[in-house]
Design a protein around this ligand. Structure first.
Ligand SMILES: Cc1cc2nc3c(=O)[nH]c(=O)nc-3n(C[C@H](O)[C@H](O)[C@H](O)COP(=O)(O)O)c2cc1C
Length: 464
C-alpha cells in the first residue's frame, strides 16, 4: 500500500481507495482505506476552500489576523475578507445526533485497518489522527481553549495507543497542565475528519487562534461538534471514526522506530500512552491514512502550500523579504532560500538572524541562503549561480553554534542542539567589498524579441 501511495503521489495521481486491504491475520480488513487525499497542491488548496491561485491572498488575511495593530496592508486584507473575519467569531454548532456516533463500539482498535507503512516500522501506526485536547481547568463547551493537532499514534494493544506529540506542540502543553494537577487527561482522536479540520489541525496556527474556529473559516460553515460518549470533550461530528480515551500522568511507553519525513527511521523515544475508553464510527466508515517518508510525501505537498500561506506573515515582520522557499526535498524546513530587496551593507545577515530569531518555525532551519531579487529563490540553477558568483566562503558564511534542533536530526553532534549556517549570496555593496562589482550581462530586450520571431520562422514547432 505504501508503494502504491508513493507512486500515485509522484505521478500527481488521484485520491486512492483500497477496498481489499489484508489484515495482519490474513483476513480482509473490514473498512476501506483512503490515501493520497492531499497528494496535489490543488487538492490542498481545495481543502482550504481556495482555488490554487488564491493561496497567497489568503496568506495576507492570515497575516492580518496575527497583527495586533493592523498596518495599512493588513487592514486592506481584512476588508477584502470581511466574511472570514466574521466566520472566525462564529461558535461551533453542537449536534446531538452525529454521523460519527451511528455505531458505538467498545474500547477495541482491532477493527481499524491501521497501516504499518515501512518495513522497519515498530508496528501499526495511525498516520492522520486529529488529536483533540483541552487544558486542565477548562470546561468541555469552551472550544476556544481546545487544541487540534496531528500527532502520529502507534497502536500497542487492543485499547492502547502512544501519542507522539513533540514537546513544543499544543497537545503536549495541555498534557503538562493535567499532569501538574495529577489528573488523567481526556483525549479524543478524530479519524477521517473533513478536509478543513484536517488542515486546520496540521497548520501551525498562533496559539491564540482556535483550530475549531479556523476550520469553520476554511469550510465556510460552522464546525459541527458532538459530545464524546465516554470523555468530557466535544468531537468533530462528521468524522468517519472517533477514538476516545484517557492519558494518565506518567504513563509512557517507547514509541517507534518509524519511518519519518526525514527519510530515516527515527529512534524509539518514550511518549504518553492513551487508554481507549470507546470507539465510535459511521455506519460505513472510511479509514484515512497517509505515508510519511523522504520527500515528496503527502505532508511535503501540504507544506508547499503552507509555505505560500506563511509568506505574507513573514513579510509583516521582515518587509524586505520578497520571496521565501522551503525546498520540499530538504524535509520542508531544514533549508530556506530567502530573496530580499537589498539596500544596505549587512542586510542579508540581519534578515537571516531575524528569520531564526523572530519566527519559531525557523528554529530547525539549518541553512539559510539569501539571494537578491533578480534571483529566482525557487530555482536551484539560479540559486547555484548566485552562490557561485556572489558568495565568498571566507567572508559570506555565518556559522552559529549551539542553537535548537529537532531530535530527528542525526547530523547534530548533540541531540537537540546544533549549528546553523547562513550563506549570504547577495551582491556585495558599500563596506562589504573593496572591489568593483561585476555588472550582470543581459541582452537588449528588442534583440531577444527579434530572435524569437526569427526562430519561429525558421524552426517550425516540432512535435513534442
Ligand atoms: C501527516 C502528519 C503527521 C504529523 N505527525 C506529527 C507527529 O507525529 N508529532 C508532532 O508533534 N507533529 C506532527 N505533525 C505536525 C503537526 O501536526 C503540526 O505541526 C501542527 O501544526 C501541530 O499543531 P499544534 O501547533 O496545535 O500542536 C504531523 C503533521 C502531519 C500533516
Amino acid at each position: 500500500m505504501t508503494a502504491v501511495q508513493l507512486a500515485a503521489l509522484r505521478a500527481g495521481g488521484p485520491i486512492l481507495r483500497f477496498d481489499a486491504a489484508v489484515a495482519d491475520d490474513g483476513g480482509a480488513a473490514t473498512m476501506p482505506v483512503i490515501a493520497n487525499l492531499f497528494g496535489t497542491r490543488a487538492r490542498v488548496a481545495a481543502g482550504l476552500g481556495l482555488a490554487p491561485g488564491d493561496v497567497a491572498a489568503f496568506g495576507e488575511f492570515l497575516a492580518a489576523l496575527r497583527s495586533p495593530a493592523p498596518v495599512a496592508g493588513a487592514r486592506d486584507a481584512l476588508s477584502r475578507w470581511p466574511m472570514l473575519k466574521a466566520a472566525l467569531a462564529t461558535r461551533p454548532r453542537l449536534v446531538s445526533r452525529a454521523p460519527v456516533q451511528e455505531v458505538g463500539a467498545g474500547p477495541d482498535l482491532s477493527a481499524l485497518p491501521v497501516q504499518t507503512p515501512w518495513p522497519g516500522d515498530a508496528g501499526p501506526l495511525v498516520t492522520w489522527p486529529v488529536v483533540v485536547t483541552r487544558p486542565q481547568g477548562s470546561e468541555p463547551p469552551q472550544t476556544a481553549a481546545y487544541n487540534l493537532g496531528v500527532y502520529r499514534a502507534q497502536v500497542i494493544g487492543r485499547d492502547r495507543l502512544i501519542l507522539r506529540w513533540l514537546a513544543h506542540r499544543g497537545g503536549a502543553a495541555h498534557a503538562r497542565t493535567w499532569a501538574r494537577a495529577g489528573q488523567a487527561m481526556p483525549v479524543a482522536i478524530a479519524l477521517g475528519a473533513d478536509p478543513a479540520t484536517l488542515l486546520a489541525a496540521a497548520l501551525p496556527l498562533p496559539e491564540t487562534l482556535s483550530e475549531v474556529a479556523f476550520s469553520g473559516v476554511l469550510r465556510g460553515a460552522r464546525t459541527e461538534l458532538t459530545a464524546a460518549r465516554t470523555v468530557p470533550l466535544l468531537v468533530p461530528a462528521r468524522s468517519e471514526i472517533v477514538i476516545e480515551g484517557w492519558v494518565h500522568p506518567g504513563d509512557m511507553a517507547p514509541e517507534g522506530p518509524f519511518g519519518d519525513h526525514t527519510g530515516y527511521y527515527n529512534a524509539a523515544e518514550p511518549f504518553p500512552v492513551m487508554r481507549v475508553s470507546a470507539v465510535t464510527h459511521r455506519r460505513d466508515p472510511l479509514y484515512l491514512t497517509t505515508v510519511t517518508g523522504r520527500p515528496p510525501d503527502e505532508p511535503s505537498v501540504i507544506a508547499e502550500v503552507f509555505n505560500d500561506l506563511a509568506l505574507p506573515v513573514i513579510r509583516t515582520q521582515i518587509p524586505e523579504v520578497r520571496d521565501l522557499w522551503l525546498p520540499p526535498a530538504a524535509c520542508s524546513y531544514r533549508i530556506a532560500v530567502v530573496q530580499i530587496a537589498k539596500r544596505y551593507p549587512g542586510q542579508a545577515r540581519r534578515v537571516m538572524m531575524a528569520l531564526w530569531g523572530m519566527l519559531p518555525q525557523f528554529s530547525y532551519t539549518k541553512l539559510i541562503v539569501t539571494v537578491d531579487d533578480d534571483i529566482d529563490a525557487r530555482n536551484w540553477d539560479d540559486i547555484a549561480w548566485a552562490i557561485a558568483t556572489r558568495m565568498d566562503p571566507a567572508r559570506d558564511l555565518m556559522v552559529i553554534d549551539d542553537t535548537p534542533m529537532d531530535y530527528l536530526d542525526f547530523a547534530s553532534p548533540r541531540e537537540g542542539l546544533a549549528g546553523k549556517l547562513g550563506v549570504d549570496a547577495t551582491t556585495k555593496i558599500g563596506a562589504e567589498t573593496a572591489r568593483d562589482w561585476g555588472q550582470v550581462m543581459a541582452l537588449d530586450p528588442a534583440h531577444e524579441a527579434r530572435a524569437a520571431e526569427i526562430l519561429a520562422r525558421h524552426l517550425p514547432a516540432r512535435a513534442a
